[in-house]
Design a protein. Structure first.
Length: 89
């Protein structure tokens, strides 16, 4: 499918708090930061989520971010320990 601007549309995934994980089709000129949609070619691919689905997905996304952050901290600590060990030897 092409947008009115002539560019093929793209299928993307929303990760907003209101629509986490929902698929949509939009003009490739769509700017997720400003919300501008090129020639307003936009439609959801899937049906609207229930409040429960939205809440569960948002909790899982937050948990993923927490785990990734903790992993980064552990990697930095491990690197520091390796560096300290090399200095002792």
């Amino acid at each position: 499918m092409k947008c009115r601007c002539g560019i093929p549309c793209a299928t993307r995934t929303s990760w907003t708090h209101e629509n986490p994980g929902r698929k949509f089709v939009a003009c490739k000129n769509f700017n997720h930061e400003t919300g501008q949609r090129g020639y307003n070619t936009f439609y959801w691919v899937d049906k609207e989520q229930t409040d429960w689905q939205r809440d569960v997905i948002n909790v899982l996304v937050a948990e993923k971010h927490r785990v990734v952050t903790e992993l980064s901290i552990v990697k930095v600590r491990f690197t520091c320990l390796e560096h300290e060990k090399k200095e002792v030897i």
